[in-house]
Design a protein around this ligand. Structure first.
Ligand code: HEC
Ligand code: HEC
Length: 505
């Protein structure tokens, strides 16, 4: 009997196998494909450290990332919320392709494939890269590590908030634009992934817009500035409408971030404009919140690469763009040593000086106090809970009572000057406040080598309107850093020599 069974294969066995294939193996295979497609977490990586700085990921795409094709489509879907054409009109910097066209994504954005969607978000370079031109008809040079003097962060935020609130932010308008741009989405993307992504992104951006509605109520920052620590309060769900008005409207200039090693060795300097943190790692991780990362999503390994790069990065010298009068600079050197070196370091590359990296009390420095007041003890205490439980928990944030005496490396690229960017040029900073410009224009990348600052008296150029900074607006005060110790009582000849010397920084 048993022998017989073996000879004729049982129809049941065949049926069982077919059933197995239909119910387990095929779905399992499809499941694996889906699993692979929707659980991938692959950033676009760059071997070269400067490319990584410009386009590498810090992890922000995980939670905040804009699906690539939505990022591409939005300027066409919501052009009315942009000051001009494309993200270029917000002052984002695009490198050129060999054929002269703009690169696909601007400097300061990174890409990562996550949960089945290619995503784009900003990285450190969006606030720490900009361009310089020697004349309006000359090509722009991209300078890494300088303040993003042309990037209008507030307009960038408002663009997404306004567009997400617009009825056109829907698959009916966005998908056709995506197809028009040649996306060639596959069936899954077209009918499932992107329609869902559009809905999710809209909800997320609108939820964020609710938490950032105070940004709309602030005076415009203009390009090159952000209200750093009021933005940080959002992380803690601060009730912004209950904020003490004197903490509000505290725009801060984007700083340069070269030569970080010398800011930590031989001693750790108190930095950020008000010196609220002495460790560069915490400043970097705190900055990473600005790139959309949170404790679980931060990409520490890739941020470390940025840290390594900014430790040694150096500014481009003024002399690579304009001549420096060496004799005159030599006359300026002793004036600098006498008045400035103890607070700002011996030179642009030697940061030794008694008070460098310490905080100058507000009563003495006398510059606009908003940025200082926006950083409160309560915020410091809350920041100390960030990364709680991680080995790199924040422990160094502190409330200070003045602004930091910082090194002046690459000074010429850091215009406009002071923490709120309220003084257009070095020459103007050497005047007493009453004689500094009461209003001027920001956002031009054409350089004025005489006053040493960006051209600030032109209202628009090349179809781009510049931002009028009015120093009477709260947070924009241009007073302070004046009196004998700060060089504002020097003769015109001495000031000219000092400015010439500062060109060597
Ligand atoms: C949204 C814009 C923005 C982004 C993105 C950003 N930063 Fe900054 N960064 C700033 C501003 C503004 C300050 C000055 C803060 C202040 O004191 O108000 C600053 C300060 C710093 C400082 C301290 C500079 C000094 O000398 O005091 C470092 C270092 C730094 N950033 C590094 C980074 C790194 C690394 C990243 C990416 C992980 C990054 N930043 C991303 C805007 C940004
Ligand atoms: C007692 C210390 C002290 C002395 C002396 C001093 N400064 Fe300053 N300086 C500061 C502080 C503090 C700030 C930041 C103030 C702020 O941003 O509100 C500053 C800011 C600056 C800035 C703006 C930097 C930037 O990135 O925007 C420049 C430029 C500058 N000082 C140049 C000079 C020169 C030149 C001298 C000498 C004639 C001088 N300082 C003397 C403390 C000092």
């Amino acid at each position: 009997m048993n022998e017989e069974l073996k000879q004729t294969p049982s129809p049941w066995k065949r049926r069982f196998l077919i059933l197995l294939v239909i119910t387990v193996i095929i779905p399992g295979f499809i499941g694996l494909l889906f699993l692979k497609r929707f659980t991938e977490d692959i950033p676009v990586d760059y071997a070269n450290p400067t490319e990584h700085f410009k386009y590498g990921s810090t992890g922000g795409e995980h939670e905040m990332g804009f699906p690539y094709w939505i990022w591409k489509a939005l300027p066409e879907v919501c052009p009315q919320y942009l000051p001009g054409k494309g993200y270029q009109s917000l002052g984002m910097v695009y490198e050129k392709n060999p054929d002269g066209s703009d690169r696909d994504l601007p400097v300061g954005t990174s890409q990562r494939r996550f949960q089945g969607v290619d995503r784009v978000f900003v990285n450190c370079a969006v606030c720490h890269v900009s361009t310089v031109r020697t004349a309006a008809d000359q090509p722009a040079t991209i300078v890494l590590g300088m303040p993003a003097a042309t990037f209008n962060m507030k307009a960038f935020e408002e663009f997404f908030f306004r567009c997400a609130a617009d009825p056109k932010f829907s698959k009916e308008f966005i998908l056709p634009e995506i197809e028009k741009q040649g996306a060639n989405l596959d069936l899954l993307d077209r009918y499932l992934v992107y329609p869902i992504a559009i809905a999710i992104m809209r909800d997320r951006v609108l939820a964020l817009a609710g938490r950032f509605d105070w940004v709309f109520k602030q005076h415009d920052w203009g390009p090159g500035r952000v209200d750093t620590f009021n933005s940080a309060k959002v992380i803690f769900n601060w009730p912004m409408h209950l904020l003490d008005p004197k903490e509000f409207d505290a725009p801060a200039d984007f700083p340069s971030i070269w030569r970080q090693r010398q800011r930590m060795e031989p001693k750790e300097m108190q930095l950020h404009w008000d010196g609220n943190n002495t460790t560069v790692e915490e400043r970097n991780k705190s900055a990473a919140f600005g790139t959309g990362t949170t404790p679980p999503t931060i990409d520490l390994q890739r941020i470390k690469r940025v840290e390594a790069w900014i430790r040694e990065a150096e500014p481009l010298p003024f002399s690579a763009f304009f001549p420096v009068d060496r004799d005159m600079a030599a006359q300026g050197a002793p004036i600098y040593q006498k008045y400035c070196a103890s607070c700002h370091g011996a030179s642009g590359s030697d940061f030794t000086g008694e008070y460098v990296g310490t905080v100058e009390p507000l009563a003495r420095i006398g510059t606009d106090r908003r940025r200082l007041d926006s950083y409160t003890y309560t915020l410091a205490v809350n920041q100390a809970t960030l990364y709680a439980g991680y080995p790199w928990r924040f422990t160094h944030f502190q409330k200070t009572h003045g602004y930091a005496n910082m090194p002046l490396d690459g000074l010429w690229l850091r215009a406009p000057y002071l923490h709120n960017g309220s003084v257009p040029s070095l020459r103007d900073l050497l005047e007493p406040a009453a004689k500094r410009p009461k209003a001027f224009y920001r956002g031009n990348d054409v350089y004025d080598p005489v006053k040493v600052g960006f051209v600030s008296n032109v209202t628009e150029a090349g179809g781009k309107k510049f931002f009028r900074l009015d120093t009477t607006v709260p947070g924009n005060g241009n007073g302070g850093h004046e009196g004998k110790a700060y060089g504002t009582e020097l003769s015109d000849g001495e000031k000219a020599a000092l400015v010439e010397f500062l060109k060597t920084f």
